[in-house]
Design a protein around this ligand. Sequence first.
Ligand SMILES: Cc1cc2nc3c(=O)[nH]c(=O)nc-3n(C[C@H](O)[C@H](O)[C@H](O)COP(=O)(O)OP(=O)(O)OC[C@H]3O[C@@H](n4cnc5c(N)ncnc54)[C@H](O)[C@@H]3O)c2cc1C
Length: 429
Amino acid sequence: MTSEKRVVVIGGGLAGLRLAGRLGPAATVTVLGEETHVPYNRVLLAEVLAGRYAPEVTSLPAPGPVLRRGVRAVRVDRADRTVHCDDGTVAPYDTLVLATGSNAVLPPLRGLFEPEGRELPDGVHAFRTMDDCLALSAAVRPGVRAVVIGGGLLGVSAARALAARGAVVVLAQQGERLMERQLDAEASALLATHLTELGVEIHTECRARGLEIQPLRHSRSGSAGATPPAAAPRPGAAAGPRKVTGVELADGYRLEADIVVLACGVRPRTGLAQAAGLETRKGILVDDELRTSDPRIHAIGDCAEHAGQVYGLAGAALEQADALAAVLTGGSAPYTGTRALTRLTLGGTGDDSLDLAAFGETTALPGDDVVRLTDGTRRTYRKVVLRGDRLVGGVLLGELSTVGALARTWEGGEPPHDLFHLLTDDGGH
Ligand SMILES: Cc1cc2nc3c(=O)[nH]c(=O)nc-3n(C[C@H](O)[C@H](O)[C@H](O)COP(=O)(O)OP(=O)(O)OC[C@H]3O[C@@H](n4cnc5c(N)ncnc54)[C@H](O)[C@@H]3O)c2cc1C
């Protein structure tokens, strides 16, 4: 690729900026990023919410003038090879890269939206962006009652962070256990014990069905004192601001709430691609060169679907960006998928912290061998799953010194030489 080639990247997140950095002077790159913040790593947002990191700590390497911050792409014209932006500008491209990430899923809860509205009630937050994180952070204080809906990676991170800030936290998880996608039953139970000890009340197999909402009225003095209950708006009257007061569960039980965090998963942002007529399924379909159904347009990161997989993980976003940079600069190695390792530190210092890592298949199939080491005193748990002589997955809690060696063996697809050694010793790495 020569520097006369114009590469436009839509999305200034982890994947888009990694790609821009890798392309360097090999092309004339423009990154369109709708967020106004200095680009940041969203993996670290829970640490910001917990008050352990200042927002600046999450900054990604400065991308320089290639990034147009606060500019949203609103339409792709494939015939003209241009991108139209919300500020009226038009960016012509030779190669276009969609790195639009994903949106938080907003569950179908009764009362979440007004009939024609799109505004979340006061006190209800998603947890995806720096804006979400700062708004949540401003609302939390000791004693505030917070309900987190969703017990996956996001919900667990948010619950832990809110508890660290002194909130009274209830986590409502529809599934049987926490972090079902990554953890086996034992690891999930240990995680639940850890969160319970931090004061988080956990309800599993618990479906939230609606929100209890009140119209928001300020007293004349502006103080937080008692205010008379406001009358319901008349039919046809303009609805005013609303505030959440509780969560209604499917079994009829009610949880009081000043804050509700919606951590119900993410959905790839495919709207621009769909409107431009590109093929999409769960995400934007790409081949082994991260190319969409239009050969001039590529997609990487959370928005892309490769070989049936939408990863939603930082490691995959970075690998895809690197693979695409190689393709665009004349390299030929195909992208064959990412062996995704999930790593999470439920921060804190000393006894109140918990590290966990999971890779591959953590739940054994019939015929698989499982090796487990549990240390009840040190609260560590290590388990690997073997199929034949291959390592197909593992989960570690509390003690991660061996994760590097295990993950390398798993990635390499080689039979492990000395499994016990691998589980107990990191070989100095
Ligand atoms: C709280 C939290 C914790 C997480 N923890 C982990 C973890 O522990 N481990 C892990 O592997 N992953 C984790 N993830 C997931 C990880 O952050 C994502 O996989 C990663 O950020 C994906 O990068 P991306 O560039 O594809 O998308 P994003 O980082 O979402 O970036 C996409 C960017 O594109 C912008 N954009 C979208 N549409 C447009 C448009 N039309 N015009 C202009 N700009 C646009 C968006 O505003 C956004 O800034 C976490 C995510 C969150 C929210």
